[in-house]
Design a protein. Sequence first.
Length: 70
Amino acid sequence: MAKLVHGDREIEVLHRLLNGNSMRAIGKHMKLSSTTIIRTRDIIVKQMMMGRKAPFSVLYKILLVCLTEQ
């Protein structure tokens, strides 16, 4: 089965998003700006939307985090 999310950075950000970390907290932990984390989050969502079997619950959690962060 192919991965829906590619790249170490994207996987790390995804795990932290699913754990409920804020963009700022993720950026601080990874020593990246929150803007970079937001761009990475957008890449994750695009990658998952292109996947054929993207779990809706995961997409829902990411979108919920996106809406509460902005």
